[in-house]
Write a protein that binds this ligand. Sequence first.
Ligand code: RTP
Ligand code: MG
Length: 148
Amino acid sequence: MEKTFLMVKPDGVQRGLIGEIVNRFESKGYQLVGGKLMSISQELAEQHYGEHKERPFFGELVDFITSGPVFAMVWEGENVISTARLMMGATNPKESAPGTIRGDFAVTVGKNIIHGSDSPESAEREIGLFFKEEEMTSYEKTVNSWIN
Ligand code: RTP
Ligand code: MG
């Protein structure tokens, strides 16, 4: 089953939105298979955002993501990578539709509440960066037969 890496960023944790965000993906029908509240080191931040190294906002991005605890998660389900991105909304909250997480809770691109992997390749890479194999679980929920 497809897996993706999602993370409530420091602004979402500070604003008490972990529960709201977990609830959205659970209610949708996805399954949480890994989750932890953690601090991101400078080194992990630079690896995670490696693709943005040359961008002018890279320094700010790393400073922000290391500025407080994040809630890192692995979610599983059919088509979860792209559907989670739809549920998150556009990167810039000025353009994210109401009903999406960023559309409902964020105002500015630098503090947009949530991260989600953007492709199967980034999902695999990011899950590997944040989670050891033994930190993830695999379990059957009978309700899944009513979802998939
Ligand atoms: P994310 O990686 O956080 O899930 O967001 P994303 O794929 O929607 O956006 P991406 O292009 O990967 O950018 C990563 C994060 O960088 C910040 N950003 N700031 N100042 C700016 O112009 C700017 N552009 C992007 C955002 O916080 C974005 O989530
Ligand atoms: Mg991205």
